[in-house]
Design a protein around this ligand. Sequence first.
Ligand code: FES
Length: 319
Amino acid sequence: MLYHIDFKGEKVVPVGEGQTILQASLAAGIPHYHACGGKGQCTTCRVLVLQGQEQITPPTSYERVIKNVKKFPDNVRLACQSKVNGEGVKVQRLIRDETDRYIFINDSEASTTRVMGERRKLALFFIDIRNFTPFIEANLPFDVIHIMRRIFAIFRNAITQYNGEIIETAGDGLYAVFGLNSKIKQATESAVLAGLKILSDLRIFNNTYMRPYFNHTFEVGIGVHVGKVIVGNVGIGLSNNMTVMGYPVNVAARLQAATRELDNSFVISDLAYRLLKNPPYSMGCGYLTLKGVSNAYEVKLIGKPYETKQATIITESGS
Ligand code: FES
């Protein structure tokens, strides 16, 4: 029996009964990496199965061992260990040149699912410290860094307590996600609880430390939104270099920035708010314009008005 395999972006190759995907691709002239010679030990022949997974033979014992160690998702198969039992199989080679090889082989310790990229529904959390610049200008570098570390410790403790993961820190803010290991409703609940904990811990820090020792208090702006994003790792040689991309990320960042305009320290999209089982008290709604969205975007205000008035306060009303 002769079947066919569609190698995405390359060619459709015939595959005979008993022939592995690797043998078929090599026979058809595809320069398919196979560093261990097809013995199921190097993973350089791995392919991503795009269609027809059910037509591929189950993993061999070699493949099962290696998939376990490397935590490959089900749709990543070793071409040298896989045969085809029918039509409709479409795959993509994952290691196509030396740079691919370097990236994939050096990512071997990381979670392969995240390395390769996947679409996930996550709660997206942006936070930024307000009124930090005057503090920088009025204090010694040692104190500035020390206080920054104290505040970031408050952020980190709350985020990790509620199973969030910090994706990026930039200047006096950071960006975290919730839901890598939970459903979206739980993730949204966690993001909100983390945000509320930060507001409460910061209040204590202001009262017990900042006001008495520095005669200064800090405020923050938090934005939370939910949506489908792409999670992956674009770093080379850096650990924990996860990145999360997609339009909902931009919306969450916009909500955080809108805390100034709306004069409220915690702004959450209406979409996220409706996922909460026990929504916190909301001081009301705000309406924002978003790039590429014609209707005003509804958000809920679940923080407090700022004590130190922000530079720009332009509330966009939907009415
Ligand atoms: S060629 Fe080495 S695992 Fe397939």
